[in-house]
Design a protein around this ligand. Structure first.
Ligand SMILES: Nc1ncnc2c1ncn2[C@@H]1O[C@H](COP(=O)(O)OP(=O)(O)OP(=O)(O)O)[C@@H](O)[C@H]1O
Ligand SMILES: [Mg+2]
Length: 213
């Protein structure tokens, strides 16, 4: 999915947070957004995910304004992953079930991702009791299973151990040719491994950073 941002402004209580004139995220490219704490990275991802309102401008999804039909092709993994009541398994399975119908196929996918992220041994544990890294893996599994056309990841590596970061890197490298990925990260190695282009958010502006691959 191609994303085009035009003349976007976002304020929090009269304070300008984002002022983005024109930026295009091309289809099936992987972009990193860097920037200091509080620079507006999460706000921007949430706006693109259609989870937050903006004050001026427009965002085009494949050259069209947001429509609820596009939402099923977009997944967003928050910096503090949202966890539902229920088990680890439920947390991954139920959102899938709502979107699609073939239950048996979905179950296999859930098990594959539980194994891939090595959280199969806790599948029956209450997800809200999981550790921070485990919660991130739940959220990642949930978002990747959909095979989104647009994948938005907010600091996905923060609570992950080294092996898990490698696994995430591998899976993103595998899907990046079929998915537009926009992610926020501070980890240089991870950024350089997966991004095609980098942006830096600074003083409300989104500027092109160094090209990494
Ligand atoms: N709901 C809100 N009301 C008022 N101010 C807010 C709100 N949400 C965020 N802010 C402020 O807007 C600015 C941008 O916040 P945002 O969370 O987008 O930054 P960030 O770049 O993601 O930071 P971090 O690297 O710490 O995650 C910050 O100064 C924050 O305090
Ligand atoms: Mg943030």
């Amino acid at each position: 999915m191609k994303i085009e941002i035009n003349k976007l402004k976002k304020y929090y209580q009269n304070k300008l947070i984002l002022d983005i004139n024109n930026v295009v995220f091309n289809k099936n490219m992987t972009y990193c957004i860097k920037g200091r704490n509080g620079s507006g990275k999460t706000t921007l991802l949430q706006i693109i995910a259609n989870l937050m309102l903006y004050d001026k401008g427009e965002i085009l999804y494949d050259n069209k304004l947001m429509h609820y039909e596009f939402m099923k092709d977009i997944t967003y993994v928050s910096q503090n992953p949202y966890i539902f009541n229920g088990t680890v398994y439920d947390n991954i399975y139920y959102p899938l079930k709502i979107r699609k119908s073939d239950a048996s196929k979905l179950e296999n996918k859930v098990y594959a991702y539980l194994e891939y992220f090595e959280i199969d041994h806790i599948k029956n544990q209450l997800a809200k009791k999981c550790s921070s890294g485990e919660k991130m893996k739940i959220a990642l599994a949930r978002s990747l299973i959909f095979k989104p056309k647009l994948l938005l990841l907010d600091e996905p590596t923060t609570n992950l151990d080294i092996e898990s970061i490698e696994k995430l890197k591998a899976i993103l490298l595998k899907i990046k040719k079929q998915t537009t990925i926009i992610f926020v990260s501070h980890q240089i190695d991870f950024i350089n491994a997966i991004s095609d282009k980098q942006f830096i958010l600074k003083d409300t502006l989104l500027e092109m950073g160094e090209k990494s691959v």
